[in-house]
Design a protein around this ligand. Structure first.
Ligand SMILES: Nc1ncnc2c1ncn2[C@@H]1O[C@H](COP(=O)(O)OP(=O)(O)OP(=O)(O)O)[C@@H](O)[C@H]1O
Length: 527
């Protein structure tokens, strides 16, 4: 029977192992032999060199010199014959000379290779030369053939990665042009290292740019009862130096003091409405659920799910959740009601002011409208030739602050051009999630984040800008849909415990509530 492929492989492996063993044994024997016979080998080498020297001398010497040499050797031999111990001394001298000449010469020290740090910095410099070289610059900070030491002031490395770099550029560089800046930031991102976010700090006054690697934000911040004041909503976690505030947050069973992004809402806020822009899967629904859970503590909520995904079904029938709408006609009806509600509230506030009476509770209780994928409804309206639902939002957006109404909308980056100008003008709190084009980020936030390298953003990671404040990085807490089958049981139970209690006032079969997902009534959490 012929051996199978497995046994052939085993034989080949054994043969290979055997060959390898033989080779290493031979090397060991060779080294051992060389060590043992090292003195003899040294003497042999030295004698050889002496003979070679003598032969070369004889060959090159003139006839007279040869005669003199022969006479010296003859004289030396004669002296050896007559002097006592002379042969022994001569032999020792010859052997000593041979030992000296035969000693192993040390191999020349290898040429020191180029310093990898210098190579990296020079590569960054060379990459910047086409963009920063300027013939008008008297200092010629960047020029072909120049060295990085001309322009780089300071740098820090973590292993072989540059984590901080400070450079000076020509005063003629147009550092107020976002396009020119973006080009430099792209080059630096490509040269310094991908897969990591870098902050670019442009000191336009002194023509300096500092690039610093940003530490990653905590990826898994679970949804929980956040410690916030009334009318405050924690949107997520940011960098420690983006805020002075710290809030206790439980992550992996331990409480950490983390820097939060707090959105102040209510009638004292100048930014009571929010617009979130995110590509599918970047965590938009997760953000809206995070906001809804916090807003439901002390206000009423109406949810309109423009995409009909049923991502908010878990909120239906809960305390303070007035309605969860997924149908087009229901959405129109809800938005029409919202408009009237805005008018009613404004009338009540005006009346109270005119008569010097307190504003009634039903006109000052916070009311939130959460509209996921508003542009989907706009498309449907265009198809049916009816009113654009965005039009119905104009009044709540404009008077929302006085009427204690907050509008939270979301859309995809590809639908930005379908948003009504009024919606854009009145939503001053902006969130972008996921890896988006720098141009889109700038359009939504009104300015760039000054950070590059967010290509690998996990879901829930992005940037936020509240009003005219700075753009900061954000990681949204993880608030998965408890009705989603993929949600792990532990997460599901945790989320159900965070949801407001079921209300008996809202019948499960209420025909005004249309949900894409089949609703099942969850048991009240005991935790
Ligand atoms: N902040 C977060 N932390 C951790 N995981 C998150 C976070 N946000 C979202 N995810 C995960 O990313 C996935 C997509 O989230 P989500 O459904 O919220 O995205 P989306 O933008 O609403 O997508 P779509 O528009 O397709 O519904 C989910 O598996 C969700 O659990």
């Amino acid at each position: 029977m012929s051996p199978g492929p497995a046994s052939l492989a085993a034989i080949a492996q054994r043969a290979k192992d055997g060959l390898g063993n033989t080779r290493s044994r031979a090397t060991r024997i060779q080294q051992h032999t060389r060590d043992t016979f090292s003195p003899v080998l040294t003497l042999g080498r030295g004698l050889n060199r002496q003979l070679a020297w003598a032969r070369a001398w004889w060959k090159n010497a003139s006839a007279d010199k040869r005669k003199i040499g022969a006479a010296v050797v003859a004289g030396a031999l004669l002296a050896l014959y007559f002097l006592p111990y002379a042969p022994l001394i001569a032999l020792l001298l010859i052997l000593a000379a041979a030992a000296w000449l035969g000693r192993a010469e040390k191999p020349p020290a290898p040429e020191p290779g180029p310093d990898p740090t210098e190579l990296r910095l020079q590569a960054v410099y060379n990459g910047l030369v086409p963009h920063l070289a300027d013939d008008h610059d008297p200092a010629r900070l960047f020029h072909p053939g120049g060295t990085y030491r001309d322009a780089f002031r300071d740098w820090e490395l973590d292993g072989d990665r540059i984590t901080r770099l400070e450079l000076t550029y020509s005063p003629y560089f147009t550092d107020d042009d976002p396009g020119a800046r973006a080009r430099i930031e792209r080059v630096l991102q490509a040269k310094i290292g991908r897969g990591r976010e870098y902050f670019h700090d442009w000191d336009t006054e002194h023509n300096r740019l500092t690039v610093a690697a940003l530490p990653p934000l905590p990826a898994a911040v679970p949804a929980q009862q956040f410690v916030t004041a009334p009318c405050e909503i924690l949107l997520g976690i940011t960098d420690a130096d983006s805020t002075n505030r710290r809030t206790p947050i439980r992550v992996d069973g331990a409480t950490h003091q983390l820097p939060p992004v707090i959105w102040r809402t209510g009638n004292r806020s100048t930014d009571p409405h929010l617009l979130a822009v995110a590509a599918p899967g970047a965590g938009k629904s997760n953000l809206l659920r995070t906001i809804a859970l916090q807003a439901a503590r002390d206000g009423d909520i109406v949810v309109i799910d423009g995409s009909g995904s049923g991502d908010y079904a878990c909120l239906a029938g809960r305390r303070n959740i007035l309605r969860v709408e997924t149908g087009y006609h229901g959405a129109l009806e809800t938005l029409t009601w919202l408009r009237h509600e805005t008018e009613r509230r404004i009338a009540a506030v005006t009346h109270a002011k005119q008569h010097g009476t307190p504003v009634p509770d039903n006109a000052r209780r916070p009311l939130w409208v959460i509209l996921d994928e508003i542009t989907e409804l706009t498309d449907l309206a265009a198809g049916q030739g009816t009113t654009d639902p965005q039009e119905l939002l104009d009044l709540p957006l404009r008077l929302g602050r006085a009427a204690h109404i907050g509008v939270i909308t979301s859309t995809r980056p590809t639908h930005l051009d379908r948003l009504r100008p009024a919606l854009i003008a009145d939503t001053h709190t902006r969130v972008v999630l996921g890896p988006l084009e720098p141009e889109t980020i700038r359009t939504v936030l009104g300015t760039g984040p000054g950070v590059s390298g967010g290509e690998d953003m996990p879901p829930g990671r992005g940037y936020v800008r509240i009003g005219n404040g700075p753009v900061v990085r954000i990681q949204i807490p993880h608030t998965p849909d408890p009705l989603e089958e993929d949600t792990p049981e532990a997460e599901r139970r945790r989320l159900l415990a965070l949801l407001p209690h079921h209300t008996d006032a809202l019948a499960v079969e209420d025909p005004t509530i249309s949900l894409a997902k089949e609703r099942r009534r969850e048991p009240e959490p005991t935790a």
